[in-house]
Design a protein around this ligand. Structure first.
Ligand code: HEC
Ligand code: HEC
Ligand code: HEC
Ligand code: HEC
Length: 126
């Protein structure tokens, strides 16, 4: 019995480790589970493929960190956190609400670079 428990736990922890490690490699869309009643299908976003194609090496381009005074911390990133860990549904001071945060980040860059989708249905694909 003890032995079965031991192997059970071992297999479980290996499975967990594998899942966490491949978290963003397998990402094909942005999880919309943080929104109460999502109005749209989740946005297409193949994390690693997207960032390679777009030539984004700096994780903090999206996973940013700021100090107390709202100064962006260069060379540091918040990739271990989800956007919703910091952004609430509504705006808080200079921190945009969650939907705005995603849209300004994604569409903002696509507009500036004149590359990548900006129409609703191109990201929220049914
Ligand atoms: C560049 C990609 C992109 C475009 C273009 C875009 N969105 Fe989004 N949108 C996102 C992402 C990413 C999220 C965050 C979670 C998710 O839905 O995957 C989001 C979230 C949302 C949400 C909150 C979650 C929900 O489903 O209720 C709404 C509403 C929304 N978008 C509507 C729109 C509308 C309307 C347009 C067009 C005017 C649009 N979006 C264009 C990427 C995009
Ligand atoms: C173009 C924007 C963008 C860039 C650049 C980017 N990411 Fe992400 N990443 C995202 C988004 C969006 C999510 C989903 C966040 C959410 O669900 O709130 C995510 C999720 C993750 C997650 C899973 C986090 C979690 O807790 O769910 C990891 C790990 C991660 N990214 C690592 C990285 C690393 C490492 C880099 C740099 C090599 C990087 N990312 C660059 C946008 C980006
Ligand atoms: C560790 C906390 C934290 C995380 C995680 C975080 N943000 Fe932010 N974000 C902030 C703060 C704080 C501000 C306001 C900065 C200021 O004072 O101007 C901000 C501002 C923004 C802005 C407006 C300024 C700008 O850079 O254009 C956007 C857009 C944004 N965040 C998108 C995102 C997205 C998308 C994610 C997830 C990939 C994310 N944020 C993850 C804390 C965070
Ligand atoms: C800093 C710039 C930048 C940010 C931030 C960014 N993108 Fe992009 N995105 C690009 C560029 C550049 C392309 C065009 C790549 C190419 O085909 O040359 C692109 C292309 C795309 C495409 C087309 C298919 C593909 O994967 O190439 C989708 C879908 C997309 N982006 C979704 C998103 C979503 C969703 C977000 C926010 C979570 C986001 N992007 C954030 C720069 C960005």
């Amino acid at each position: 019995m003890k032995r079965m428990l031991f192997w059970g736990m071992t297999i479980l922890s290996i499975a967990l480790a594998v899942c966490t490690a491949s978290g963003q490699e397998d990402m094909t869309f942005v999880d919309n589970g943080v929104f109460d009643r999502p109005q749209r299908p989740p946005a297409i976003f193949e994390h690693d493929v997207h960032n390679e194609t777009a030539g984004l090496d700096d994780c903090a381009e999206c996973h940013h960190l700021y100090d107390e005074s709202g100064q962006k911390l260069e060379g540091e990133s918040s990739e271990d956190q989800t956007c919703a860990d910091c952004h609430e549904i509504k705006d808080v001071g200079r921190k945009p609400g969650l939907r705005k945060a995603f849209h300004n980040n994604c569409k903002g860059c696509h507009l500036a670079e004149q590359k990548g989708p900006i129409a609703c249905a191109q990201c929220h694909v049914r």
